[in-house]
Each structure stands twice: as structure tokens, then as C-alpha cells.
Design a protein. Structure first.
Length: 171
């Protein structure tokens, strides 16, 4: 059994750098953590404390990382009390985060990867698409959602989500 990922899991206090609300009660949260940004592989997630009132952490998939800036992005939708309280968090606040967690995806040498994701399965697909896009070939991506996407899904423009888009609302 390969346990190499065990040494990369950390408990860190991460400052909220950006928090945008989108249609359909979707949010993109950008957190500062050079350690998590550097250690994350596509397909991993974090456990995040959403507030002092709720002791149980919430698992949220990492959508993208920016190693150069030491940040990572989480896409989530309000579906219960925990994510509702997370949606109330403001820029400058600090959240306790455990991560990155999970084995992540294995990259292959296939030239035409097909990535399919919907709902909570979209952020990992975005993460792996960004990693593949950084190589010499383009993935074919199918993403589905019952509400409009809170980002530009063109892989040629993938990077961090587009907070300057007109349908965003900074918190």
C-alpha cells in the first residue's frame, strides 16, 4: 500500500483572499496557503472548518491551485447549514483547513483524455483539466450543472476562475 500522501496532509490556518457569489448559490473561495497549493494534486480535497458554531469540518474538492501565488480555489454550493455558514465568511477571515487529502488522479500519456463531471464532480475535473492543459495536449471536457457555470469553461482560458465577470458578486 502506497502511503506517500500521508506526509503531505497538514492542518493550517488559511486566510480568505477572495469569496465570490454566483447564480444558484454557488461560491468560489480563494484561500492563501503556499503549503497546500504546492502539495495538491488534481482530484484532492480539503476538510474545512466553516465556523466556530459547527465543529464538524466539511470536505470540499480543490478546484484549482496557483503555486506561484500560493493560493487554492474551492467551488461549492450552499446545500445545508455548513455551507450556508461558509458562504457568510468574509475576505480577511481565517479558516482552519486540513489537506490536501486523497490520492488524486494519475496522469497518463493518453493524448485524448475525456473528463466528465457534474455537480460536486466538476471541481476535480477542472483541476485535472488545468494540469493536462499545462502539458502538450488538450483534454475533452464535459461538465454538467443544473445552474449556470460560475466560470469560463474554455480550457484555453483556464486558470483561476474569472472573478471580474459581470455576474459575480464579491462578498
Amino acid at each position: 500500500m502506497n502511503k506517500s500522501h500521508r506526509d503531505s496532509i497538514q492542518v493550517l490556518d488559511c486566510q480568505i483572499l477572495a469569496h465570490y457569489q454566483f447564480e444558484g448559490e454557488q461560491y468560489i473561495l480563494t484561500l492563501d496557503s503556499p503549503e497546500i497549493a504546492k502539495a495538491t494534486k488534481p482530484g484532492q480535497f480539503v476538510h474545512i472548518t466553516v465556523s466556530d458554531a459547527l465543529a464538524m469540518r466539511r470536505p470540499i474538492s480543490i478546484m484549482s491551485v496557483d503555486v506561484d501565488n500560493g493560493t487554492f480555489d474551492l467551488l461549492y454550493k450552499v446545500v445545508g447549514e455548513g455551507t450556508r455558514q461558509l458562504a457568510e465568511r468574509k475576505i480577511g477571515e481565517t479558516l482552519s483547513v486540513i489537506g490536501p487529502i486523497g490520492n488524486g488522479f494519475k496522469m497518463t500519456d493518453k493524448k485524448m483524455p475525456l473528463l466528465i463531471g457534474g455537480g460536486v464532480g466538476m471541481p476535480p475535473m477542472i483541476s485535472i483539466a488545468q494540469a493536462i492543459k499545462a502539458s502538450d495536449y488538450d483534454p475533452f471536457v464535459i461538465l454538467g450543472s443544473e445552474v449556470p457555470f460560475p466560470f469560463t469553461p474554455e480550457l484555453s482560458k483556464m486558470g483561476n476562475p474569472c472573478p471580474e465577470a459581470s455576474h459575480t458578486m464579491p462578498l
